[in-house]
Design a protein around this ligand. Structure first.
Ligand code: MIC
Ligand code: SF4
Length: 755
């Protein structure tokens, strides 16, 4: 098969030497890899000035766009309105999130085709029309497919999924965004990003024994926490980085989303050459080799990193211990040797019920091969696994090759369910038997996220994130406290067996193979392709414009909810069963904030209706405010909107009439999504002002008419006893973002300029 978009890649590389020379001049000191890629992709061409990290808003020209089915629907519904004939940069859609895991691939896939036919047809025809490559259901998970086919060293891409960052494993700057951002780039416009700060991670030594690439990011997550990477690119370097496989690098970059990082990346090296060549892209290797010096950070930077990065972390891979992170948050790291004590102290169930391997994070050939080597030992030694096993291969290419090489049959001997090449349980698309009983239980998986209810909808499932090989060992032992480095297992003869550390080929010895990779190329000329959306559909709904700002201050707003503690996009717009409404804004709005904890009663989905004094479900109460023409606000804690890129979390409150979201701090993608949809995204200038907000307060935004960059807004809080106080709210809107607010949304503005 020909390499996708080779001409585009060559063009990017042609510009590199000149762009880097200009960047060097502007910055005036040696450059990190991240800076090289960013400066090589400036919308305005060669750099004229050095940008201020964490401050300057900069326009970029990404090379490509990727979208997955659950977010592509909304992205493309918006793109349809932008009035373009064809996408301006190479773009792809991947059908992966909507496929449920239940009994195994063949039945599950057919079931999903039956259920989601309308949406898949919509995505396939709209892709066909606008020149977008479509990867059909079963082709694989977006990020694995992108790594195998599209990612290239030194490239820049955006994708409507927070784990787009996975492509950093092939030396890209790949960034997760909301659909409205994707629309900008597909419509041929500049894409704006605040110039990121840079965190350097120096890796020394070499992984050995039971440690894997996953442990590097589990450790980093433990150090930086879920918000430690906010607004920053994490750049990995050092001899330890070179010792990692390319897909291992992908794993590390992938989970950078869990620390809030804008993205993560690695310099071009031998592992990338091997991977590109094994995946049929020798021509990319040749093109990259010609400018190899520009595809990694300058030697001075890596020799003296503290002079060039805003923050520096060092990890010695030789000393790293396997980690298990969780439950309920991916940054709670516990080294495997301490897990037993930690679980006992916290009352986490020690019995492991399920081991799940896969997701975009860990579903490469190497991951499956290493996990299989553990399973083989169990089979050979007569050890019966105590937990159930499920696998989601990352792509049809990985699955086909793993099957050919006998890797999957090792798992099948142990009764493993091989689910579709898709997200499956990772996104709550898991029909887990008995989950509705809500029993307290433990599962271990190689995914990246383990927020409450995420995999099976059961709030009492304690999900732990670890490497695929550790998942295999823990599931076989059935015991969360099992440490394969020191402990033994009892086989069917009553003997004690110690597992050997995992081994597995980084790349298949016989090369990758696949019969049908599931790709559908778009029509050369799509102008006659009709994209049908049935007016009575419950799954798809054409978008209507959000109203423009009326130019007035907001007065007499009510509090919809004051959310307490962790409020991720899963809390704001839950996935799982709700994924079916991702293309229907009004229907999906019925899940708005139903997972958030109401600070006043500690309950989810029960808030006071200020019009009646009674309590109701969040979406219903908000619909009542909307019907009565009463404005409302949402109040939240730190890192509000952490997690997914789904813009539904911003569009739902906008659609239902919430005017402002006021929090202690935002996660990057969510903040941008709110701005793009014409919402006010504001932060308390004093965190403690959060405590001033009472359930039946009334809010007045007294100086919104003077909304300007860098100028805080004032919110007057009128308490029910008649007293009032004013607090300052900060914001990060620049001039053009204020225009989005005024127009009602960024899309409204695009439409205005079309006419
Ligand atoms: C996720 O991992 O949470 C998802 C599902 O892939 C999301 C995208 C979505 O909500 O559709 C993400 O990470 O952006
Ligand atoms: Fe899919 Fe999970 Fe990866 Fe999100 S994190 S893209 S749901 S596999």
């Amino acid at each position: 098969m020909a390499v996708f978009d080779l001409d585009m890649i060559k063009k990017v590389y042609e510009k590199y030497p000149e762009r880097i020379a200009a960047a060097r001049k502007a910055v005036g000191k040696p450059l990190t890899l991240s800076e090289k890629i960013l400066y090589a992709h400036l919308w305005d061409g060669n750099a004229q000035e050095a940008f201020e990290r964490g401050k300057s808003y900069v326009d970029f020209a990404p090379d490509r766009v990727a979208m997955q089915d659950a977010t592509a629907q909304m992205a493309l519904l918006q793109f349809m309105q932008a009035g373009k004939k064809r996408v301006a940069v190479p773009s792809t859609v991947h059908a992966d999130h909507l496929i449920q895991a239940k009994v195994g691939a063949s039945k599950d896939l057919q079931e999903s085709l039956n259920q989601n036919n309308e949406v898949f047809n919509f995505l396939s025809s709209i892709s066909n029309k606008y020149g977008i490559g479509f990867w059909k259901p079963g082709a694989g998970i977006i990020h694995q497919v992108v790594l195998e086919n599209y990612a290239f060293p030194g490239g820049m891409m955006i994708g409507t999924d927070s784990h787009t960052v996975n492509a950093g494993g092939l030396g890209m700057v790949a960034i997760g965004v909301g659909g409205a951002d994707a629309v900008d780039v597909m419509a041929g416009m500049a894409w704006e990003l605040k110039f990121p700060k840079l965190i350097g991670v120096k890796l020394t030594g070499k992984l050995n024994g039971w440690t894997s690439a996953k442990d590097v990011i589990l450790k980093v997550a433990d150090i930086l926490t879920v918000k430690g990477g906010t607004g920053a690119i994490v750049e990995y370097f050092g001899e330890g980085a070179i010792n990692l496989s390319c897909t291992g690098k992908g794993t590390i970059c992938n989970m950078g989303a869990e620390i809030g990082a804008t993205t993560s990346t690695f310099g071009y090296d031998e592992s990338m050459r091997r991977y590109l060549s094994a995946t049929g892209r020798q021509e990319v290797v040749e093109a990259a080799d010609a400018i190899a010096e520009h595809l990694t950070g300058d030697a001075e930077v890596y020799e003296n990193p503290s002079l060039y990065f805003d923050q520096l972390i060092e990890i010695n891979l030789s000393e790293l211990e396997p980690h298990i992170n969780g439950p309920f948050t991916p940054d709670r790291g516990t080294p495997v040797s301490k897990m037993k004590a930690e679980a006992e102290a916290n009352g986490w169930p020690l019995k492991v019920e399920w081991g799940l391997i896969g997701s975009c994070t860990n579903s490469s050939y190497e991951d499956l091969a290493r996990a299989a080597s553990i399973v083989q030992q169990a089979v050979a030694n007569g050890i019966t696994p105590k937990a159930e096993f499920g696998i989601n291969p990352g792509s049809e290419q990985v699955r086909y090759t793993a099957e050919r090489d006998g890797i999957l049959s090792d798992f099948e001997k142990m009764g493993t369910k091989i689910f579709t090449n898709a997200c499956g349980p990772c996104i709550g698309q898991w029909d887990r038997e008995g989950a509705e009983k809500q029993e307290k239980n433990t599962i271990v998986h190689s995914f990246n996220r383990n927020f409450s209810k995420r995999a099976d909808g059961n709030p009492n499932t304690h999900a732990f994130v670890t490497s695929p090989e550790m998942v295999a060992a823990l599931a076989i032992s059935g015991n969360l406290g099992f440490n394969p480095i020191t402990d033994t297992l009892t086989n069917d003869k009553g003997e004690q067996v110690k597992l050997n550390p995992p081994v597995g080929d980084e790349l298949p010895k016989k090369g990758f193979a696949v019969e049908d990779n599931g790709y559908q190329a778009p029509a050369e000329d799509g102008s006659n392709v009709v994209v049908a959306v049935a007016p009575d559909s419950s799954r798809l709904q054409l978008l209507e414009n959000f109203p423009a700002w009326d130019g007035k201050n907001i007065e007499n707003a009510k509090l919809l909810i004051k959310a307490k503690g962790k409020c991720t996009t899963d809390h704001i717009s839950m996935a799982g069963p709700w994924l079916r409404y991702r293309g229907h804004l009004d229907n999906i709005s019925n899940n708005m904030l139903i997972g958030a904890e109401n600070a006043f009663n500690g309950k989810a989905n029960e808030v006071k209706n200020q019009l009646t004094g009674g309590y109701g479900e969040v979406p219903a109460v908000q619909r009542a405010y909307k019907a009565a023409g009463v404005p409302s606000i949402v109040v939240g804690d730190h890192n509000y909107g952490e997690g997914s890129s789904r813009e539904h979390a911003a569009m739902e409150p906008r659609h239902l009439g919430v005017r402002a979201v006021v929090v202690k701090s935002f996660a990057r993608i969510h903040e941008t999504n709110l701005k793009k949809q014409g919402m006010l995204a504001l932060t308390f200038s004093n965190d403690s002002d959060y405590d001033k907000i009472q359930e039946d307060d009334i809010f007045n935004f007294v100086d919104l008419v003077d909304f300007a960059p860098g100028k805080p807004l004032t919110m007057e809080i009128v308490h029910s006893n008649g007293s009032s106080e004013s607090i300052q709210l900060n914001h990060t809107y620049n001039n053009s973002q204020i225009e989005w607010f005024k127009a009602g949304s960024a899309l409204n503005l695009i439409k205005q300029t079309q006419n």
